[in-house]
Design a protein around this ligand. Sequence first.
Ligand code: ZN
Length: 77
Amino acid sequence: AEHPTCAWPGCNTPAERGQFHHLTPWKHGGETNVANLVTLCNYHNGVNEDDPNAPPQRGRLTRQGGTIVWQPPHTSL
Ligand SMILES: [Zn+2]
């Protein structure tokens, strides 16, 4: 797997205890494929901001140049 642990920076929860997260949410047209999926623990899957148009809170994970990166609140990549 691309991430043996939760992909959120600084989180070491094993991936097998997490869940697949859609980088681009289903409701925003995201597909269920390797490029759009990342492993997050239950907690970080909950705090990730799925809606880029919602008020910024905890930031979100996104894919940039093939790498999963954390996008801080109040920014756009
Ligand atoms: Zn986590």
